[in-house]
Design a protein around this ligand. Structure first.
Ligand code: NAD
Length: 490
């Protein structure tokens, strides 16, 4: 059994007091994976102090040297991929294939961001004054707090920690206490890669004591958060009131539009994998299928045929396509929404209950609702589980209207072979990411990731501008005239 640990000032701490926490495999509740205690506000204060003390040395380390450590961490992660993926499956529940995909994504992010360490530069800009030279420099923000959810417990921390470090910040990392073991594994890899003491600190604690202190401590100069829209909005508001930078990636209610000229098999495959892959616990999961009415019955039938063949169970079983939900509260939320959908008048086409013959765990069946109206709660609220709402639309314009009738705007997809509609959709859909003839899910290290509306606020993560959030711009003016200025305008 593993220990739930915190890492402060280069030391792994075994806490003697504080709230006890126990990590069980959501696929088999009889399997206890780890135990330990949660960090308190006092530990959070220690971690911030350690990060502050390490800041000057780290910020002055040449960026390519910082990048080397991040690159080395990526290499270790890649070499230990199967082992890390197994732990991830056991702790979070997603299938081993999905877990390996996530670990590989984390490796890509570390590798790509390490390369960015050779590009932490500014620009030279011609001045309007004679014999004057202006340029910009990028500086780290200082100590930053990175707050992450449980659903991508390796990839999301990696895509925050890597740019924060490459940019020269020191870090207090607060993962979800639902997945503390995978988080610790990543930090341990950074330790083995040579991260100096205090530069990266791990706090496994509740949002009320640890999270609250991170929000309000004046030494924290930036917060990158991924999680629910409700919490992200509150965090963004607090950061704004303190005048510090915040980047919040939040929830989604991602639509797929299928038009009558589309390849319907391709669409059914894409919707099913987008909706039920990783048990629907992806911010980019497909949760609304908006089907042109003329082909809706056929697509629903094709999706149902595919889903009914899926095996639900322990993600380490190679025959299983869908694992459990991560926790009892997630399972109850999903069950609540299934009941809500029925009461609202939607029809369960497949699923809707617990799968037969599974171990003691947080399982639900992949569930498709047909006859969903855009105003139903199951069409508007993020469920974050394997529940798909099918909405019918008369034509493309109506489908686009329904797709945009959401407070969220993370990602979307359209299935059609009509080039005009594809370009129109990409222009008018209100989401930060759009997929054409492919599922709503996925992302790549070198491509920006993030949403609009209630799905995201602040600078984009990943991609070529990945360091923007983690740095401040300083402007330097060099006057080499040697003479005092005479113009009253300057
Ligand atoms: P959550 O908001 O409950 O928690 C996320 C993290 O924030 C946790 O570590 C939690 O302890 C911490 N936290 C919550 N309130 C806080 C506060 N007031 N102060 C400080 N810390 C606080 O989210 P979750 O249930 O862990 O994750 C699921 C949610 O994450 C879903 O809504 C999903 O859509 C979203 N998500 C978004 C993206 C994205 O990139 N847009 C990616 C993955 C998950």
């Amino acid at each position: 059994m593993l220990e739930v640990r915190n890492y402060i000032r280069g030391e792994w701490l075994t806490l003697r007091e504080g709230r006890e926490v126990e990590v069980r495999n959501p696929a088999n509740l009889d399997e206890i994976l780890g135990k330990g205690r949660l960090a308190s506000a006092r530990h959070a204060a220690n971690a911030i102090e350690a990060a502050e003390q390490a800041l000057e040395g780290w910020a002055r380390t040449p960026a390519p040297k910082r990048g080397e450590i991040v690159e080395r961490a990526g290499d270790i992660l890649k070499a230990e991929m199967d082992d890390v993926a197994r732990l991830l499956t056991q702790e979070e529940g997603k299938t081993f294939t999905d877990a390996k995909g996530e670990v590989y994504r984390a490796y890509n992010v570390l590798n790509y961001t390490a390369g960015q360490s050779r590009r932490v530069g500014g620009v030279t800009i011609p001045s309007e004054l004679p014999r004057n030279f202006a340029y910009t420099m990028r500086h780290p923000l200082g100590v930053v707090a990175l707050i992450t959810p449980w659903n991508f417990p390796i990839a999301i921390p990696a895509w925050k920690i890597a740019p924060a470090l490459v940019a020269g910040n020191t870090v207090v990392f607060k993962p979800s206490s639902t997945t503390p073991l995978t988080a610790a594994r990543l930090v341990e890899i950074f330790e083995r890669a040579g991260i100096p003491a205090g530069v990266l600190n791990l706090l496994v604690g509740s949002s009320s004591d640890v999270g609250d202190l991170l929000m309000h401590d004046r030494r924290i100069r930036g917060i990158s958060f991924t999680g629910s829209s409700e919490n992200g909005t509150a965090i963004y508001t607090t950061c704004a009131s303190r005048g510090i930078k915040a980047q919040c990636e939040m929830g989604g209610k991602n639509p797929v539009v299928v038009l009558e000229d589309a390849d319907l098999d391709l669409a059914a495959d894409g919707i099913v994998s987008g909706a039920f892959g990783s048990t629907g616990q992806r911010c980019t999961a497909t949760s609304r299928a908006i089907l042109q009415a003329s082909i809706a019955d056929e697509v629903v039938q094709k999706m149902t045929e595919r889903v009914s063949k899926w095996k639900v169970g322990n993600g380490l079983d190679p025959e299983v396509q869908m694992g459990p939900l991560v926790s009892e509260s997630q399972m109850k939320t999903v069950e609540h929404y299934v009941e809500t959908g029925k009461k609202e008048g939607a029809r369960v086409v497949t699923g809707g209950g617990r799968p037969p013959g599974v171990p003691r765990g947080y399982y639900v069946q992949p569930t498709i609702f047909d006859g969903v109206k855009p105003e139903f709660r199951i069409a508007r609220e993020e469920i974050f589980g394997p529940v798909l709402s099918v909405i019918r639309a008369g034509d493309y314009d109506e489908a686009l209207r329904y797709a945009n009738a959401s407070e969220y705007g993370l990602t979307s997809s359209i299935y059609t072979n009509d080039a005009g509609k594809i370009f129109d959709f990409c222009e008018r859909i209100e989401t930060g990411m759009v997929h054409v003839n492919s599922p709503t899910v996925g992302g790549e290290a070198q491509i920006p990731f993030g949403g609009v509306k209630s799905s995201g606020v602040g600078e984009r993560e990943q991609g070529p501008t990945v360091l923007d959030f983690y740095t401040d711009v300083k402007v330097v003016y060099v006057d080499y005239t040697g003479a005092a200025r005479t113009s009253k305008f300057y």
